[in-house]
Every structure is written in structure tokens, then in C-alpha cells.
Design a binder for this molecule. Structure first.
Ligand code: FNR
Length: 385
């Protein structure tokens, strides 16, 4: 509560906003484009095939409007949220984004430090530039989740989960929409593969099982080893059971879009789901992630947390996703652009701006808590929701 008020009074003082880090997503993207090599930028910006899913994410947000009910006292704003028995002051979480040395030499270390300062849970990708142990050392006390891409050699997956447990990570996020990479037109056009360029090695070269295979000659080199493990089209619901049996940490599935999959996730005993289409980078032609949310919220019916991901580019977007029933929202590309522009400071500034805009939206919409926010009336095109 105090936190919300503090940050709001800060936002009112415009001299404190860093003018080099735009508050608007399109400007943020434009400035980031100037800061890093074109191929690095295109890898972040781009989506799959014709990028229809990327557009659908934005259209979904634009199609929803809300009708505020006013003359409520919003002097004190409470944005506290509890996830897996820990309370956070903001209903945000960092989406896992791989290979952060593409944006800045400090990569994931800069991001986790910013996350720690802000008290926003951090998710580390399997394909990170720094290892999960290095990232843990950069913010030992902060809440960190480990995002798992299942490995073709499942012993590597189990080894990474065990390492994440030992390093103090508090949940495993299994991404289920990336059993192979999407058809990334932008990267193909310029023939760019960040994995081939060595950006994804952090967690692999430090893994004992991976190292064993490297020295036994199973892999020609570490890049070959990553490519031999990254494609897992055999991944099924049976693997979820294996993961649940292997770890006591909460397991979340990232990439749920169909209510039936949400139901199966419940049946499998997962601890949370992330409604996501991977920011339109994987399967093109998919519905906007926000359009998938309401039905999934109905199926889950409060039994486990529902996180929302894909296309949250402003505080108003976050407000809409929470109003449609998400418990937390995941932020992806905006913080990555902040990292490209100004490293740790850039990430901190982008997330602060998003949060301050979110609090401003709450106050103007006449709601002072996340419970009240969930009751806000939404309109989709011409029909009430
Ligand atoms: C991602 N995303 C992602 N997801 C994941 O589970 N593991 C990963 O390693 C990555 N890597 C990655 C790299 C880049 C450059 C981007 C932009 C995204 C997807 C990410 O977690 C999230 O789903 C999307 O970023 C959501 O879309 P928006 O909101 O950023 O457009």
C-alpha cells in the first residue's frame, strides 16, 4: 500500500522520469533498435511466420474496454498479491527471456538485480547467457523461478531442476509451446541464430551431465550439444508427471491456450498455469492470449494461480488482464528493450513506469485493491463480458 503511494508520488514528479527511457512501448522499441545490432533487435522484436499471432495479441487488448465506477476513495492503493505462500507488492512477474547478452553484456545478472530491487519475481530461461548459479549469486535472497525447456536427454532436464533447487529457485516453469522453434521469418531472412553464436550456453556448459557428454564426444562441441537437446517433439502430459515426481517445487505450465489443456493441467496436479502464446514467436495463427484468458479462468475457478503472458505493454494492459481474472501478469519485451537501452537501470525504469501507470489506472478507475479490480465491468466490442 505504502509502496503504491510512494511510487505514485514519484511518478507525479516528472523530473524523476528518465527521458532516455520512453514510457510508451512503441517508442521504447524504437530507441532499443538504435542501441543494439540489427540482428539482435530483430530476434527480440520478431514473431513467427506472418506475425498474425503477434497482431492478435494487440487486437485482443484493443477490443476490450472497461467501464469505471467512480467516486470511490482511492487514497490508499493495495496491489499486494500472494503466490506460493509469499506476498509481493506488485502483481507482475518477469517472463523468461533467453540469451540476454544479446541486449547487454550484464545480461540476466542485470535483470535479476533490477527485479530484486523492485520485489518482482524473476524467471530465468533455460537458454540464458549466464548460468542459473551465477544469476542466483547476483540476487541470492530474491524470488527466482527456473523456466525449463525439456531436453532431449532427460537426464539433463532432471539435472537442471536439481541445480535450480540447490541454488534456491522457488518454482519450475515448464514451457510447453516450444517443442521446436517457431518459424521465425525475421531471423531466417538475415540467417541469424543466436544459439549458433554462443548466446545460450549458460546453463548447458555448466551442467555435469552435459559436460560428461561433451567430453565423451557425444557432442562435437557445446553448440552442437545444445542443438541436440533443444528439440523435444515427443513431450507429452506423461512428462509432467515425471517432473512432478522429481521435484517438490511448484510446477507451472507456460503456454496454455485451450480450456481443455487448462483442465488437464489441473488433473495432472500442476501448481499454476501461464496463459501465453509466447508473444507470437511460436505458432502463428493463434488467438490473442487475452482472448484465451476468460474461459481458462472459468475452468481453473481459483484452484491454482493463473498467470497471464503475451502482449502486456502498458499499465492499462495489465489492468485489463487482471480484470479478466489473471492473478499476475508477465512482462516480456518491454523489460528486454529497457535492458538494451540502459542495462539494469533500463529494466528498473521500464518496470517502474509500467507499475506507476498501472497504479494510476487503478486510481482513475475507482479501484483500490486487486479484488476490486476483478469486479470491474469490461466490454468486448459491443457485448458486455
Ligand atoms: C522469449 N520467450 C521465452 N519464453 C520461454 O519460456 N523461454 C525463453 O527462453 C524465451 N525466450 C524469449 C526470448 C525473447 C527475445 C522473447 C521476446 C521472448 C517468451 C516470453 O517468455 C514471453 O512469453 C513473451 O515475451 C510474451 O510476449 P510479449 O509480452 O513480450 O510480447
Amino acid at each position: 500500500m505504502v509502496q503504491a503511494m510512494n511510487s505514485l508520488s514519484k511518478v507525479k514528479d516528472h523530473t524523476e522520469i528518465d527521458k532516455d527511457i520512453p514510457v510508451n512501448f512503441n517508442d521504447l522499441q524504437a530507441v532499443a533498435k538504435e542501441k543494439i545490432p540489427h540482428e539482435n533487435f530483430e530476434y527480440i522484436r520478431g514473431g513467427a511466420s506472418q506475425e498474425q499471432t503477434m497482431r492478435n495479441n494487440r487486437i485482443a487488448f484493443e477490443n476490450y474496454s472497461f467501464i469505471p465506477q467512480l467516486l470511490n476513495d482511492t487514497t490508499a492503493i493495495d496491489t499486494n498479491i500472494t503466490l506460493f505462500d509469499k506476498t509481493y507488492t506488485k502483481p507482475f512477474i518477469f517472463s523468461p527471456v533467453g540469451m540476454n547478452k544479446l541486449e547487454h553484456p550484464d545480461g540476466e545478472l542485470a535483470v535479476v538485480r533490477a527485479a530484486s530491487k523492485l520485489g518482482i519475481p524473476y524467471s530465468l530461461s533455460t537458454v540464458s547467457s549466464y548460468s542459473l548459479e551465477e544469476v542466483a549469486d547476483a540476487a541470492p535472497l530474491h524470488t527466482k523461478f527456473f523456466q525449463l525447456y525439456w531436453s532431449a536427454d532427460e537426464e539433463i532436464s532432471f539435472s537442471m531442476i536439481s541445480r535450480a533447487e540447490a541454488a534456491g529457485y522457488r518454482a519450475i516453469i515448464l514451457t510447453i509451446d516450444t517443442t521446436i522453434s517457431g518459424w521465425r521469418t525475421g531471423d531466417k531472412k538475415i540467417n541469424f541464430s543466436p544459439i549458433s553464436n554462443g548466446y545460450a550456453k549458460g546453463n548447458y556448459v555448466n551442467d555435469p551431465i552435459f559436460q560428461m557428454h561433451l567430453s565423451s564426444g557425444r557432442y562435437e562441441n557445446y553448440i552442437d550439444g545444445i542443438f541436440k537437446n533443444i528439440n523435444t517433439p515427443h513431450l507429452t502430459w506423461l512428462h509432467i508427471e515425471k517432473i512432478k515426481n522429481h521435484t517438490k517445487l511448484p510446477v507451472l505450465l507456460k503456454g496454455i491456450l485451450h480450456p481443455k489443456d487448462a483442465f488437464k493441467a489441473l488433473e495432472c496436479g500442476v501448481d499454476g498455469i501461464i496463459v501465453s502464446n509466447h508473444g507470437g514467436r511460436q505458432l502463428d495463427g493463434v488467438i490473442g492470449s487475452l482472448d484465451a484468458l476468460p474461459e481458462i479462468v472459468k475452468v481453473i475457478n481459483g484452484k491454482i494461480p493463473v498467470l497471464f503472458d503475451s502482449g502486456v505493454y502498458s499499465g492499462v494492459d495489465a489492468f485489463k488482464a487482471l480484470a479478466l481474472g489473471a492473478d499476475l501478469v508477465c512482462i516480456g519485451r518491454p523489460y528486454v528493450y529497457g535492458l538494451a537501452i540502459a542495462g539494469e537501470h533500463g529494466v528498473e525504469q521500464v518496470m517502474t513506469n509500467l507499475y506507476d501507470e498501472f497504479v494510476t489506472t487503478m486510481m482513475l478507475a475507482g479501484v483500490s485493491s486487486l479484488d476490486e479490480l476483478k469486479k470491474v465491468e469490461l466490454v468486448k466490442r459491443n457485448s458486455h463480458v
